[in-house]
Write a protein that binds this ligand. Structure first.
Ligand code: FAD
Length: 479
């Protein structure tokens, strides 16, 4: 059936972040009347940019990195016409710098996948010869564990997994932990092994392109929010900002309308909620909110990310981005090299990231900035003589849920006990850590289910599978 032949149904989407906009775009493409309701006066949720008042430069709330294996996110960007707003590495290459160790790279070698990543590990000079072989063997073992759905992966933390795989403290410090903290936004002692292994498998044991890093070349808000909004509007839908949903009206086990804080009522055929866990629970009448799965949503903890944007009077990193070993700062990105972010007089703008920043989030901003500046001086010789012109610290206390094994057991799926209510968001059960890819995947999945529901299709699961498969195929074909 062509989308034009279908009855036009109204689906409301609560939340205008990656998940909500991806769901809205997918539904609009299927010919439904989409109403995206975003509480804030801007779109983008936890992935947005703003103009720094002093320099006039657009900076992100925090540097976001994607990878080639983000098939749903990249397909979404393609679909809204944002493909040229990202820059893709030619091949996997990450420089890791330590104050007393110098620099060594994890860089793909010219060999067919997945040997390109095996070669990268075998040449990584921060590991001893024995550690390189052991890391490679560990990679193969986790793949086998994933394939046979080993229950250990569902209950273990990353640290427990690495101990089981016999990884040395040095291998954890210079390789495994930086990968785990940056992908899961949680410490290895707390992060769940399952989503971590999923990222390893998809990024490093897939195609060559899967392992490449992909970065926005524009501010995050410019990357996707306006284009997604236009895409939806062109197909007869609308995206409203400053439209906070306050309660879902429920009749006979179905959502009949979304009541807004400003008193308006939006009647719906189906609803997708993508707001964070607590906000989602707050939308439900009390009697329902106290039942499963809703009552578990309060138990999904939060993990912070602290970002520091620094303006230097000269280039200091000497590379697009780098990982730091043995410092509070974990990764630093030269935004001027990567995206041409201007700094007067030939200077550079560097964005530093502190993931799982449980402690640093409580520091005052002066202390955070000063520790990051001193980390960069310790690791990058050019930073020692450079002058810092300006520092902006952004603390995201609820950057993501705390992706622990306990949280993995509680993250709800897209379907709910209410017939036409579906959940999406990076915090729902995607099998992935809470990331852009998880958010978009969940939005696509919820859209497929809601679409099937309003079209009265017999098998919702079949339809969801069909849509997810075609999204994945479109993304593969697009590369
Ligand atoms: C600093 C930082 C760095 C990050 N780095 C990376 C990275 O490098 N790579 C990566 O993949 N991911 C990264 N992430 C995670 C990524 O940003 C998130 O996974 C993604 O943005 C989540 O999107 P979402 O749509 O699920 O949720 P959100 O972006 O939180 O969207 C939910 C929306 O719902 C709205 N809302 C809430 N309540 C209501 C209501 N009652 N009515 C209407 N609207 C409501 C909110 O305002 C919000 O806009 C990072 C996150 C942060 C904070």
């Amino acid at each position: 059936m062509r989308s034009g032949d279908r009855p036009r149904r109204r689906v409301a989407v609560v939340g205008g972040g990656f998940a909500g906009l991806a769901a809205g775009v997918a539904l609009a493409d299927r010919g439904h009347e989409v109403v995206v309701l975003e509480a804030k006066r801007r779109l983008g949720g936890r992935a947005y940019s703003f103009r720094d008042a002093a320099t006039g430069v657009v900076v992100d709330n925090g540097q976001h990195a994607m990878m080639g294996c983000y098939t749903h996110a990249l397909a979404f960007l393609d679909r809204i016409g944002a493909a040229d707003r990202v820059v893709r590495q030619r091949d996997l290459r990450v420089e890791m710098h330590g104050a007393y160790r110098g620099a060594a790279s994890v860089a793909a070698v010219p060999a067919p996948a997945p040997l390109h990543v095996a070669g990268a590990l075998l040449h990584y000079r921060h590991l001893t010869g024995l550690e390189r072989a052991s890391a490679l063997a560990a990679g193969l073992r986790v793949l086998a564990m994933r394939r046979r759905r080993d229950p250990f992966l569902a209950r273990a933390t990353v640290a427990e997994l690495l101990a089981k795989l016999g990884q040395s403290p040095n291998a954890c410090r210079v390789f495994w932990n930086p990968v785990a903290v940056s992908t899961c936004n949680e410490t290895p002692q707390r992060a769940a092994a399952g989503p971590f292994v999923e990222v390893l498998a998809r990024a490093f044991f897939g195609t060559r392109a899967d392992a490449q890093f992909v970065f926005p070349r524009v501010g995050l808000s410019e990357l996707y929010t306006g284009l997604a909004q236009e895409h939806i509007a062109l197909r007869g839908g609308r995206v409203e900002i400053g439209a906070q949903a306050s309660v879902l009206e429920i009749d006979d086990g179905r959502v009949s309308a979304v009541r807004l804080r400003d008193g308006r009522r939006v009647a719906v055929d189906a609803c997708i909620v993508t707001s964070p866990p607590e906000a989602t629970r707050a939308l439900l009448p009390r009697a329902i909110a106290e039942r499963a799965p809703w009552c578990h949503l309060t138990a999904l903890g939060a993990s912070p990310i602290v970002s520091v944007h620094l303006w230097y009077d000269r280039p200091v990193l000497g590379t697009d981005f780098a990982g730091l070993i043995g410092t509070t700062t974990q990764f630093a990105f030269d935004r001027t090299r990567m995206c041409g972010t201007p700094v007067e007089g030939g200077g550079s703008q560097v964005s530093a990231v502190l993931s799982a920043a449980h402690e640093e989030e409580r520091w005052d901003v002066e202390r955070v900035a000063s520790v990051v500046e001193s980390d960069l001086r310790a690791v990058f010789p050019a930073a020692r003589t450079a002058r810092v012109l300006r520092a902006v610290v952004v603390k995201e206390k609820h950057a993501t849920i705390s992706c622990t094994p306990e949280a993995e057991r509680l993250r709800p799926g897209a379907e709910t006990p209410l017939d036409n209510l579906f959940l999406a968001g990076d915090w729902t059960a995607t099998g992935l850590p809470p990331t852009i890819e998880g958010a978009v995947l969940s939005g696509d999945r919820a859209a497929a289910l809601a679409s099937a529901r309003v079209e009265g299709m017999a098998s919702m699961t079949e339809a969801a599978d069909e849509t997810l498969q075609s999204a994945a195929l479109a993304s593969v074909g697009g590369r």
